[in-house]
Design a protein around this ligand. Structure first.
Ligand SMILES: NC(=O)c1ccc[n+]([C@@H]2O[C@H](COP(=O)([O-])OP(=O)(O)OC[C@H]3O[C@@H](n4cnc5c(N)ncnc54)[C@H](OP(=O)(O)O)[C@@H]3O)[C@@H](O)[C@H]2O)c1
Length: 235
């Protein structure tokens, strides 16, 4: 897909992976609208990118917003949705486990109400995560949600083909504002999380955004998952 003069909507576009993708799309000549809950984060956006506040969990708000922004060629969501439950399942608070599925419900809202507004030949991209297919201890909630996101995209690819495409990008451990620790605590966390990976470091938002740009541009790719994970799946 030629990105010049196209229009992209990026839920979760104000931070981390979404923000890096917003910047790459804008450089490629695409008009971009970035969406998140907090208007404080809009100061991170490059000039010319429009910001709209919306919570992906609020289905009617998502529907109305997408109707207002339509039509668009590229629809992306990397919005985390809510909290993520970490720890052994047999000790897990069930509200926390269920709450982790806010990511899936958010993505579902975006796709359910956005797909019909994507122009012919356009694309949808969602972000899952490596635990979907190689779960480490304590990551059962991430694994369950990520697996559901990937299954949803594969199923949807068949329903929306051949008019539009949908793909997933699956990151490993990525250094983004999702982790709020700073200084040596932050460095140690990423060191511990990645020391057994084939590429033993945290990835960058830009490295993951490159994966998103690939599935957006390549019109022979649908229903697939692109791993940008430093070799997590083999580690
Ligand atoms: N970073 C990693 O190591 C990693 C690994 C695997 C998978 N992932 C996945 O990659 C995606 C992006 O993560 P990231 O690291 O880039 O996170 P991030 O830096 O925290 O950015 C998350 C973005 O989503 C928005 N957002 C969160 N909840 C929202 C909601 N309910 N409604 C609307 N917007 C919402 C945030 O803005 P507001 O807070 O202002 O709403 C922000 O723009 C997520 O799906 C995450 O699960 C990340």
């Amino acid at each position: 897909m030629d990105l010049i003069n196209k229009k992209a909507i990026v839920f979760g576009g104000t931070s981390g992976i979404g923000l890096a993708t917003v910047k790459m799309l804008q450089i490629a000549g695409t008009e971009v609208v970035a969406i998140g809950r907090s208007s404080e984060k809009k100061s991170q956006l490059p000039n010319g990118v429009k910001f709209v506040a919306c919570d992906v969990r609020d289905e009617m708000s998502v529907k109305k917003l997408l109707e207002k922004l339509a039509p668009f060629d590229i629809l992306i969501s990397s919005a985390t949705g809510g909290e993520r439950a970490i720890g052994p399942f047999l000790e897990m608070d069930m509200d926390g486990f269920k709450g982790s599925f806010d990511k899936l419900w958010g993505y579902a809202n975006v796709v359910r109400h956005g797909a019909k507004h994507v122009t012919d030949g356009g694309s949808i991209t969602l972000v899952s995560g490596s635990p979907a297919r190689n779960c480490r201890p304590g990551q059962i909630a991430l694994s369950s949600v990520g697996g559901a996101v990937e299954a949803m995209a594969r199923a949807l690819a068949k329903e929306i083909s051949p008019r539009i495409r949908i793909n997933i990008v699956s990151p490993g451990t990525i250094n983004t504002p999702m982790v709020t620790l700073t200084g040596t605590e932050r460095e140690k966390l990423y060191e511990n999380m990645t020391k057994d990976n084939l590429i033993p470091r945290a990835g960058t938002s830009e490295e993951v955004a490159e994966g998103l740009m690939y599935v957006i541009k390549n019109q022979f790719v649908t229903g697939t998952t692109v791993d940008v994970d430093g070799g997590w799946l083999l580690s």
